[in-house]
Design a protein around this ligand. Structure first.
Ligand SMILES: [Zn+2]
Length: 120
């Protein structure tokens, strides 16, 4: 589900106005450590079956977005493979789950999200 990839960019954008692969509302040390640990896990094959490791390595923004895509593809497997990231973002995922389930996205809203965040 590509929309979750774009949601990650949207969230990245909304917290501090820049799409930089950093969720500025999460403690910077916690976030950095989680990303660093996750990149190492991706290098050791943990992305397999969850998301595109090559695309994730494009830059920090795409890394974050692909991680989200992996989470929404298979949350149970993702949590096993990426414990640091899951812990650092824990409530974020819950909140996003809620938001996605509450919002009734029509086709127009979806294409707006795509137009705004596509190819980012
Ligand atoms: Zn992207």
């Amino acid at each position: 589900m590509i929309l979750t990839h774009e949601f990650a960019h949207a969230r990245d954008h909304l917290v501090d106005g820049s799409i930089d692969g950093i969720f500025a509302d999460i403690d910077a040390n916690t976030f950095d450590n989680a990303i660093e640990a996750s990149k190492e896990r991706v290098n050791n094959g943990s992305a397999e079956g969850l998301f595109n490791a090559d695309y994730a390595s494009t830059n920090d923004q795409e890394f974050l977005a692909e991680m989200f895509e992996g989470y929404y593809l298979d949350p149970v497997l993702f949590k096993e493979r990426f414990p640091e990231f899951t812990e650092a973002l824990g409530e974020t995922f819950d909140h996003l789950d809620e938001v996605i389930s509450l919002l009734d996205f029509n086709e127009e809203a979806k294409s707006e999200i795509f137009d705004t965040y596509r190819n980012m």
